[in-house]
Design a protein around this ligand. Structure first.
Ligand code: SF4
Ligand code: SF4
Length: 311
């Protein structure tokens, strides 16, 4: 059986990537499971998609705990223990990180015992498609034709331009990964599959496990949700009317506060980049800019000074 986990953030096409990979394997004659798993359904939140494929019936269910292939579409997830990217890595597991950093660096940081491959993520809008093209080739059991058919059927609802970009990214990366075809080895069935129990006795959990009470005070200030932002809201004071009750109350993370002369200031440590404020501002005074266009000091590349208001 092949067991695959794809990790990324809401909005990066992870769920669709899992669907494409599952459909392509199905077209190759495999029995397939594919399922996404996410908590809060919101842009930027960690998400994973799991795919299992076997020539025989698949009895295994639930989270893939011992993967043969792990694909990381967003490298910032690797530092987040809660994202579970490194869970179950073993010597036979291939890890693909969509990143401009070297594979050796990721191997050390992830303490991955198996093969680690790094591949540039390219344009953020098609990184999920690129990842699925690479994954299909790494498995070595998916033909270009069946990958194209799977992409076609899973993107049928997309506008033609976006669809063409996904097709081109998936197939282009599939071609690029030709030298790595078949690097992922199909794992042997584990003992739990061989002995399928006739009856499983699930004992009821005690109420304090199934419905935990949280007695700790709010820790949201410590949770730096700004880590997962791919777009940054930038306030243009020349267009802003200081009607802070609009953008300030629309922000689900309370990341917009009153700054100098009543202009809004974005708390970038806690702004997750949902762009609700951009949509809500009646004066179009907030612009969405790609996070990558800012340098480490938070200044927009090519600009002489930051464009957001400072408190
Ligand atoms: S950014 Fe827009 S909504 Fe917010 S205070 Fe300025 S004009 Fe009002
Ligand atoms: S500041 Fe804007 S983009 Fe950031 S979390 Fe709030 S509404 Fe979303």
């Amino acid at each position: 059986m092949y067991r695959i986990r794809l990790h990324g953030r809401g909005g990066q096409g992870i769920k669709t990537a899992g669907r494409i990979l599952g459909t392509a394997l199905f077209l190759e004659g495999f029995e397939v499971q594919d399922a996404p798993r996410y908590g809060a359904e919101r842009r930027g939140a960690p998400i994973l998609a799991m795919v299992r494929a076997d020539r025989r019936s698949i009895n295994e269910r639930g989270i893939v705990t011992r993967p043969d292939l792990v694909v990381v579409v967003d490298e910032t997830l690797i530092g987040l223990a809660g994202a579970g990217v490194t869970s179950g890595l073993h010597a036979g597991c291939v890890v693909l990180v969509m990143s401009d950093r070297l594979a050796e660096e990721w191997k050390t940081r992830m303490q991955a015992p198996g093969r680690v491959i790094s591949h540039p993520p390219g344009d953020a809008h098609a990184v999920g498609a690129r990842a699925v093209g690479a994954a299909a080739r790494l498995l070595g059991v998916i033909s270009r034709e069946n990958l194209a058919s799977a992409v076609d059927s899973e993107t049928a609802d997309m506008p033609p331009g976006a669809r063409a970009a996904v097709v081109s990214a998936a197939l282009g990366t599939f071609d690029e990964f030709q030298p790595s075809a078949g690097l992922v080895r199909e794992a042997q069935a584990d003992s739990s599959e061989a002995a399928v129990p006739e009856w499983v006795d699930l004992r009821a959990e005690s109420a304090n496990i199934s419905a935990p009470a949280i007695h700790k005070a709010s820790n949201m200030v410590e949770v730096r949700t700004g880590l997962w932002r791919s777009l940054r809201p930038v306030v243009h004071e020349d267009k802003c009317h200081r009607c802070l009750w609009i953008c300030g109350t629309a922000c689900p993370d309370s990341a917009i506060v009153k700054g100098h002369q009543g202009y809004p200031v974005i708390d970038l440590e806690h702004c997750k980049g949902c762009m609700i404020c951009v949509a809500e501002c009646p004066s179009h005074a907030i612009e969405a800019l790609p996070e990558r266009s800012f340098n480490a000091a938070g200044e927009e590349r090519g600009m002489s000074k930051p464009r957001e208001a400072t408190g």
